[in-house]
Design a binder for this molecule. Structure first.
Ligand SMILES: Cc1cc2nc3c(=O)[nH]c(=O)nc-3n(C[C@H](O)[C@H](O)[C@H](O)COP(=O)(O)OP(=O)(O)OC[C@H]3O[C@@H](n4cnc5c(N)ncnc54)[C@H](O)[C@@H]3O)c2cc1C
Length: 433
């Protein structure tokens, strides 16, 4: 039993599990036989309540952190599900391998990466994380251990990839890594003045670069931002290991959010005009994980926490819907500091409930100002729904059940695979309201 109650990254909502159980040994693992619902908890890097289980049992997976097998000739890696992507990178990068897909933080577990079928900057070429999973073991509450691969127990595989931890506990995972010749990244930065310019740059860069994403200024509503593209450097260029970063930590949670209208406006202006090289070589960590250098940065949002809003809009409606979303944010006066824009490609995600689908995805952070923030997010949902888009459960703490069921009509089919003893605060919210 752990003394600290786990929270999600947005620190909203709060949830009190009745029991917290740490999973240690895969061989000896048996799920507790009692009536409370269970939910695996990886490293709590989901923003809302997909990793929370109010009044239930949380199964902490971080102690399932052993490597099981790694073949440096083929790049096939098998490890327990609680291992962090950061721990995997430390092993594989010096041996010329990299994760096939990585989210914007390396502090997520393998199990969490599968359960949300996470995406990275290379979705247009690589699809989502689930596309690179060769196998995993699923422990059900009836004691059954299911070996799931794209060919074996296929339905369970598809339900568990993006399955929000509800189909059972993933104990170990086997993934296919990608070969790299160099741990450094050749990166390009371009300023764009409007959404139209962003869309034009996208066409140009998508064909040339495997990693692309943009930061967009949400304070002005101009649709301006910075386009960032990168690729693993070729063998000839600098090959020494990238320097270890010594990060800072936000030491405490201030009573009120340090992210407010003034700081958001100042940050956006500064970030847009900051001089940056048009092209250069940078270590992979600041390229993929710029926020990981400031540990516990979520504390900056104060005791009330914050919301993420990440939606995807189909290509045909993206332009109009994104303008409308930016306009609604500006009218609300609640600009976002960390607004990220990216295009998803056509590669189908392996999961029944996976979020990624063709279109443009926008991720936004808003300090929790109570009802006014909830109202704004509801207004953004109106746009997303009308445009035929969807909201990402991993980042969500408030969408209505009606919206969820509209975005994910596959939930009906998915429900057949939910372990009868598993549940989450998220699932109860979107099923009951
Ligand atoms: C700074 C930052 C940047 C991010 N960038 C991205 C991004 O670019 N793309 C993206 O897709 N996401 C992104 N995320 C979200 C994050 O990648 C996902 O929420 C991820 O799932 C978190 O993994 P975790 O190990 O912390 O799992 P948790 O948040 O603890 O849990 C997530 C889900 O996984 C389930 N789960 C965990 N372990 C297991 C297991 N062993 N078996 C079964 N189910 C399990 C939980 O029940 C829960 O439903 C980002 C988050 C942060 C904080």
């Amino acid at each position: 039993m752990s003394a600290v109650t786990p929270t999600s990254w947005g620190r909203y909502p709060t949830a009190r599990p009745r029991q917290i159980q740490s999973c240690r040994d895969v061989q000896a693992l048996a799920l507790p036989d009692e009536t409370l619902s269970r939910l695996p908890f990886g490293n709590g890097r989901s923003y809302g309540d997909v990793c929370l289980n109010n009044n239930g049992v949380l199964l902490l997976t971080r102690r399932l952190d052993r490597f099981i097998a790694f073949d440096p000739a083929t790049g096939v890696l098998r490890a327990e599900a609680g291992i962090l992507l950061a721990e995997i990178l430390a092993l594989i990068v010096p041996q010329g391998w990299f994760l096939p897909v990585t989210p914007g933080t390396q502090f997520v577990t393998l199990g969490g990466a599968i359960a949300n079928d996470v995406h990275g900057k290379n979705h247009h070429v690589a699809g989502s994380f689930g596309c690179h999973v060769r196998a995993f073991e699923l422990l059900r509450s009836d004691g059954n251990h299911l070996l799931c691969t794209p060919e074996q127990n296929t339905e369970w595989f598809q339900a568990t990839v993006g399955g929000l931890g509800l189909t059972g506990l993933i104990t170990w995972v086997e993934i296919q890594l990608q070969r790299i010749a160099n741990p450094w990244i050749v990166a390009e930065n371009r300023r764009f003045a409007s959404l139209d310019e962003f869309l034009a740059l996208d066409v140009e860069y998508e064909a040339r670069y495997p990693y692309i994403m943009s930061w967009i200024d949400c304070a002005t509503g101009l649709g301006r931002g910075i386009y960032m593209a990168g690729m693993h450097a070729p063998p000839g260029l600098l090959k020494s290991p990238p320097p270890q970063r010594r990060g800072l930590t936000v030491p405490f949670i201030p009573p009120i959010s340090l992210v407010n209208s003034l700081s958001v406006a100042a940050f956006n202006r500064l970030y847009y005009h900051l001089p940056r090289p048009a092209r250069g070589l940078i270590p992979y960590q600041p390229f993929f994980y710029p926020l990981d250098n400031l540990r516990e940065w979520n504390r900056l949002y104060g005791r009330q926490g914050f919301f993420q809003y990440q939606c995807v809009i189909p290509p045909a409606n993206a332009h109009a819907a994104l303008w409308e979303i930016l306009a609604r944010i500006v009218v609300s006066g609640q600009g976002s500091m960390l607004a990220v824009l990216k295009r998803f490609g056509d590669k189908t995600s392996g999961g029944l409930l996976s979020f990624p689908r063709p279109g443009v995805t926008l991720a936004l952070d808003f300090p929790n100002r109570g009802q006014s923030t909830l109202d704004l997010l509801e207004r953004l949902d109106e746009v997303t729904r009308q445009a035929g888009g969807a909201v990402y459960p991993a980042k969500d703490a408030r969408m209505s059940g009606d919206s969820f069921r509209h975005y994910y009509p596959q939930w009906v089919e998915f429900s057949r695979f939910i372990d009868p003893r598993f549940s989450s605060s998220f699932w109860r919210r979107v099923m009951e309201h």
